[in-house]
Design a protein. Sequence first.
Length: 97
Amino acid sequence: MALRADIDNWRWAGVPFYLRTGKRLGQRYSEIVIQYKAVPHSIFSDESNRQLQRNQLVIRLQPEEKISLTVMNKVPWRKRRYEFATSRLEFEFNGSI
């Protein structure tokens, strides 16, 4: 089953929430995915804009707890040309404190 829900208040207006569940899915996990909006106007050329992807924050609740943040960034050694790459930051909680 898949469900799209909208919350009817000023804070969450226009933000869709997608819920998916089923007994025969390929994997069993619970996670929250926050996909950020694309920028309305980019300062980069059309060629560079094709490389851009939206940033994403994923909070995995089970079976293994982890948080990952995926962001687009400019490749630092390119000084004249805008070239972008995806960087990923991950934090896994292993249960030991």
